[in-house]
Design a protein around this ligand. Structure first.
Ligand SMILES: [Zn+2]
Length: 246
């Protein structure tokens, strides 16, 4: 069993990026955890909704999505939405969770993405900040006993992350693909659980159509042998040790 930790800036980000893969890995018997850095308290067009109310609603939606996908757990760090920065405080908080869960493989947003490949989307600054903090937590801090020494007093020994998979990476970077043909429906259902964000789009069928198109285009663009895919840039930090010849 491998321990996967998906780090995301906002509720719903991990479901857009990796939900099909998360459901597939959970179905295959792996532990899959989500770590959401904010609780989406800026995710309303109505500035008079109290932030605490929005946080509760959005955490509940993310937890419901997690149950649909068969996740092992969903964690929230509750940093302020819209104000995420790749600070040492955020890095340390992520390292803490990586060590608690003994994450083998970390999935996070690609902090290099400013604009999408089709020039139709400006990436949210929280996505870049969260991705940067997650990368910096994965290497070297999680595995370095001298980094954030206070964590040792919490009983959290250094733990080396073996791989990082960047999601929402540009086309020129992706090198790893997960077959989500059998879990695309779970992805759509998980996203539909974010009713405060995607309500009408989900109920009208637009969400299903768009997620199907994304996954199909990914598979076709990379000439994969399966119908629907999610794409990642996989970085292997710690290869299996090579046995010296006898
Ligand atoms: Zn987001």
């Amino acid at each position: 069993m491998t321990v996967y930790l998906v780090v995301a800036a906002h509720p719903d980000d991990p479901d857009f990026g990796v939900a099909g893969s998360a459901a597939r890995l959970a179905r295959d018997g792996h532990a899959v955890h989500y770590l959401v850095l904010t609780s989406g308290d800026a995710g309303s067009e109505d500035p008079f909704v109290p932030p605490a109310e929005l946080m509760r609603a959005r955490e509940a939606e993310q937890e419901a999505a997690g149950r649909i996908l068969g996740l092992t757990s969903v964690h929230f760090l509750r940093f302020p939405d819209g104000e995420l920065e790749p600070t040492l405080e955020l890095r340390k908080a992520i390292v803490r969770v990586m060590r608690q869960l003994k994450a083998d493989i970390v999935l996070c947003q690609d902090p290099r993405s400013l604009v999408d490949d089709d020039s139709t989307y400006l990436n949210h600054p929280d996505h870049r900040a969260g991705g940067q903090a997650a990368l910096d937590a994965a290497f070297p801090a999680a595995g370095n006993p001298s980094a954030f020494r206070g964590l040792l007093a919490e009983g959290l020994d250094a733990h080396k992350v073996k791989e990082v998979w960047l999601y929402f990476a540009g086309r020129q970077h992706v090198n790893h693909f997960v077959d989500i043909t059998e879990t695309l429906d779970q992805k759509v259902d998980a996203l539909a659980a974010h009713a405060s964000q995607l309500g009408d789009w989900a109920t009208s069928g637009g969400l299903r159509a768009e997620m199907t198109k994304w996954a199909e285009e990914t598979a076709q663009r990379h000439q994969l042998a399966f119908r629907y895919a999610e794409a990642f840039q996989r970085i292997v930090l710690e290869a299996e040790p090579v046995r010296p010849p006898e």
